[in-house]
Design a protein around this ligand. Structure first.
Ligand code: 5GP
Length: 214
């Protein structure tokens, strides 16, 4: 897809949530890789980096004091306590991207999804990723081998509470097969981009079509 649209458009906020291990991050990264006009909202977190994670790429890794200063400064579009740590989406880069006609993807939990949707209901599209079975979720968390056993157990313990929030979302994808789930996510994104209200820049084209003599 082109990075410089011919017609000015209104950017959207694509919120993707799931219990840990349902494949949301891999699906999101692939969508981002395929679309230069879609950028990731890089969250701040007070948790430490996992092996392979880089500050400023997956997250901005900051301490609790810095996080709380950012809350006081109203620097977050949303923030929440998740798995005993704080996570938040900084507002400024999101606003800059949207003002530039780009779209923003959020890999955030249901609490954040609610807050972002409340702040801009027209511009938010919410997608929930379900695992096909709980056994599959457990297997993926272990296969990822990035977390200690007690962390995995805590994440599994929270999974059902997160799954219960699926009714908040506009779309739901069951990630039984990665390629299929990715195709579904891409279809949702492409269709949402084509919504009439997101393409006010088409007005002159429509006027020109209507004014053209037959
Ligand atoms: P993880 O520690 O596995 O990277 O993320 C744990 C959970 O926190 C995931 O469900 C992830 O989507 C969520 N999360 C990550 N960043 C944010 C954020 O900025 N805000 C909120 N509300 N949740 C987040």
């Amino acid at each position: 897809m082109s990075n410089s649209p011919v017609h000015p458009r209104r950017g959207l906020m694509l919120v993707v949530s799931s219990p840990s291990g349902a494949g949301k991050t891999s699906l999101s990264r692939r969508l981002l890789g395929d679309h230069a006009e879609l950028e990731l909202s890089i969250s701040c977190t007070t948790r430490g980096p996992r092996p392979g994670e880089q500050d400023g790429r997956e997250y901005h890794f900051i301490d609790r004091a810095k996080f709380d200063v950012m809350i006081e400064q109203d620097a977050f579009l949303e923030w929440a306590d998740v798995h005993e740590h704080r996570y938040g989406s900084p507002t400024a880069p999101v606003m800059a991207a949207l003002a530039d006609g780009r779209d923003v993807l959020f890999d955030i939990d249901w609490q954040g999804a609610r807050m972002v949707a409340a702040s801009a209901p027209q511009d938010v599209v919410r997608v929930f990723i379900l695992p096909p079975t709980m056994a599959d979720l457990k297997r993926r968390l272990h296969a990822r081998a990035q977390d200690a056993e007690d962390v995995i157990e805590r994440r599994l313990g929270r999974a059902k509470g997160e799954i219960e929030k699926w009714t908040d979302y506009d779309y739901v994808i069951v990630n039984a097969d990665f390629d299929q789930a990715f195709a579904e996510l891409a279809h949702i994104y492409h269709a949402e981009r084509l919504k009439r209200m997101r393409n006010p820049g088409l007005e002159p084209l429509v006027q020109a079509l209507l004014n053209e003599p037959l």
